[in-house]
Design a protein around this ligand. Structure first.
Ligand SMILES: *Cc1c(COP(=O)(O)O)cnc(C)c1O
Length: 376
């Protein structure tokens, strides 16, 4: 038996012809970096996301860095975010010399807790005169949107920006709105394992605002001005390869269908696994949709998780822990002075969570096998 954690081969069979002809096109025209495919992709994904502007870039990490640079984030600034995310979210803040402030998460959605965020901003303003509260990066963990109706007013009322880290949630909706249309900017990743992935690294920043769009375009190519060899600010080499854009254009054709298939697979898991003693299945609040970048269960405790993951491993079914160590406890952020117990909800989730195989081509039969193993 072999159930892949993510099945990119099944997907490749469906897009093989269009991927190959897209790559052939790039080989023919020879504009390997920032070729015509980039603009085409930006137009399609911005229209899909109901947002004015999209700027393709080299990775999700670069998307976050470019967004923060466009908002002039630097030393002396504090940016509030979640510790229950991939390293890149907080790394981008720290790389620019700003200070990440970690806020605990909601135990049901695993996303930043708006009440904890409100308290954290208030406490911060009272106790940290030397740092300016500059913005918030909310993360749509595992593909489901954070609670934007409660987060956006906190940003607005405190004069802070809001960036949506949609690296896992491209294609998801919050109260009917595509997640990449939310916040001042939204950033996504096209790493192969993300819901919309290319065959290498890629990313995109979305913005409604024309001025931010101009800044992003400039920052993407070393802070260029009207012409490429005029540099009006510091930027990065954040360009997207034409071949990756060609791959994304081909894969985007089947993406809406893939979202439905992911949602169907998640629904089947929920039905099969709900009610297993000590296991909590994921919940998406009414009115929102997830793209199920991961399907993550909570075990009763660490021991129970080991037992369940062990059962799966015995029959060669892969499962993965996202994320075993919250960012506030990582060595890379030791200088921030957090210790165990500071963010208890997040720490508790990290000790119990694990993710099952999830992709659009997951067969109902395989899911039944997985459920049987977990129950047995
Ligand atoms: C994957 C990911 C990123 C970074 O994207 P890359 O393309 O790998 O640089 C940022 N934030 C989150 C939440 C992610 O899952």
């Amino acid at each position: 038996m072999s159930i892949p954690f993510i099945d990119l081969k099944a997907q490749y069979k469906l897009v093989e012809d269009s991927v190959k002809s897209g790559i052939d096109g790039v080989l023919e025209h020879g504009a390997y970096v920032m070729g015509p495919e980039i603009k085409d992709l930006e137009e399609r994904l911005s229209s899909f996301s109901a947002v004015r502007h999209a700027v393709g870039c080299a990775s999700g990490t670069d998307a976050l860095i470019m967004a923060l640079m466009a908002l002039e984030v630097g030393p002396g600034d504090a940016v509030f975010t979640t510790p229950f995310t991939f390293m890149a979210t907080a790394e981008a803040i720290a790389l620019l010399g700003a200070t990440p402030v970690f806020v605990d998460v909601d135990p049901v959605t695993f996303n930043i807790d708006p009440d904890a965020l409100r308290r954290s901003i208030r406490d911060f303003k009272e106790n940290n005169a030397e740092l300016t509260p500059k913005g918030i990066i909310a993360v749509d963990l595992f593909g489901q949107p954070a609670d934007y109706d409660r987060i956006e007013p906190l940003a607005q009322n405190n004069g802070m920006f809001l960036i949506v880290d949609a690296a896992q949630s491209f294609g998801a909706t919050y109260k009917g709105k595509p997640v990449c249309s939310l916040g001042d900017m939204a950033c996504t990743s096209f790493f192969p394992a993300k819901p919309l992935g290319c065959y290498g690294d890629g990313g995109m920043v979305f913005a409604q605002n024309d001025e931010l769009h101009k800044l992003l375009v400039s920052i993407r190519v070393h802070g260029m001005g009207e012409d490429r060899y005029e540099n009006v600010r510091l930027g990065i080499n954040g360009r997207l390869d034409s071949m990756q854009a060609a791959v994304l254009l081909a894969k985007f054709e089947i993406f809406p269908d893939e979202i439905e298939k992911r949602q169907a697979a998640a629904g089947r898991y929920n039905e099969l696994l709900d009610g297993i003693d000590g296991v909590t299945v994921p919940t998406v609040p009414e009115g929102n949709t997830s793209v199920w970048a991961q399907y993550s269960l909570l075990a009763r405790d660490t021991e129970h998780r080991e037992e369940l993951m062990g059962k799966l491993k015995e029959v060669n079914i892969p499962s993965v822990i996202y994320y075993p160590k919250p960012l506030h406890l990582q060595k890379a952020f030791a200088n921030l002075g957090y210790s165990e117990g500071d963010l208890p909800v997040c720490e508790n989730l990290a000790s119990r969570i694990f993710s099952l195989p999830m992709h659009p081509y997951l067969e109902a039969e395989d899911q039944e096998t997985i459920a049987k193993v977990l129950k047995g």
